[in-house]
Design a protein around this ligand. Structure first.
Ligand code: ZN
Length: 278
């Protein structure tokens, strides 16, 4: 089993992130396998050095030692940053574009909401000359049922055209690939076979599985997903009573122990194991 924790350093990590990391690490400990740390640092406008530093401090505080991945901010910058992998992402975007799956669209959110996705005029317009900095969206057919295997055997199905209609694939202005592209490419290149993420990312799972299907990436389609409920805020609130917020940094500075978070993750994993093994 190869799985990953993939924090985005665009803010200080909070109890929700901690729960996800702890559940993932506990599953690797239980089943054996490799835990990869990947820092999703693509969004350079929002990434800050103190947030990157916070990732490594938080992992140490939680007692999580990944088997692979950057050991600190310096190694991240030098040879693990997503910025070093732009060509890999661009390759996938080109493939999507040349197969006719993308269309340029500069519409505002309000404009897009006025038009039904399927009838959106940009979708059907001839792609002539496209100004630099124009975002590109994925043309999601209607209907578009997407299936994947959940860890434990069940199959999930989500209607992508309602869960995430025509998501952005190439960002406005910067021309950077969207999270959906980078996450898919990285999981494939890193040989990930199990993904543990919060239930709030189910639309992203559907999007990435759809991309994998149309681009014929069977390795991604073979991934088993575990979508866990978001951390109960009760534990976070209890922990952060003196710190005032649910960031892990505040808790560390207030001298809180991470044990209640660890207990919550362990209890979740124990219940999950009972469910899947009967
Ligand atoms: Zn448009």
């Amino acid at each position: 089993m190869r799985t990953r924790i993939a924090p985005t350093p665009s803010g200080y990590l909070h109890v929700g992130n901690a729960f996800n990391f702890l559940v993932t690490a506990e599953l690797v400990r239980t089943f054996g396998g490799t835990l990869v740390l990947r820092v999703d640092d693509l969004d350079q406008e929002r990434v800050r050095p103190e947030y990157i530093e916070d990732v490594f401090r938080s992992l140490a505080w939680l007692g999580i030692q990944p088997d692979e991945g950057p050991s600190g901010p310096e190694q991240l910058r030098r040879d693990r940053s997503q910025l070093l992998r732009m060509e890999r992402y661009a390759h996938l975007v080109d493939e999507l574009r040349s197969n006719g799956h993308l269309y340029p669209c500069s519409c505002s959110r309000a404009e897009r909401e006025r038009q039904r996705t399927g009838a959106h005029r940009c979708r059907t317009q001839e792609t002539g000359r496209v100004a630099a900095g124009t975002p590109w969206r994925l043309r999601v057919p209607e209907p578009c049922p997407v299936e994947w295997s959940e860890w434990g055997g069940a199959t999930s199905q989500v209607e992508l055209s309602t869960a995430l209609p025509d998501p952005v694939i190439v960002q406005r202005g910067s021309g950077r690939p969207a999270y959906q592209v980078a996450s898919l490419v990285d999981d494939l290149d890193m040989g990930i076979d199990h993904v543990v993420r919060g239930a709030d990312l189910i639309p992203s799972t559907a999007c990435q599985c759809y991309l994998a299907r149309i681009l014929e990436r069977p390795a991604f389609q073979a991934i088993r997903f575990l979508h866990h409920p978001l951390a109960t805020d009760a534990t976070g609130r209890k922990l952060s009573k003196s710190a005032g917020d649910t960031s892990l940094r505040s808790m560390r500075e207030a001298g809180s122990s991470p044990e209640p978070l660890k207990d919550e993750a362990k209890a979740y994993v124990a219940a999950f194991l009972t469910r899947v093994t009967g």
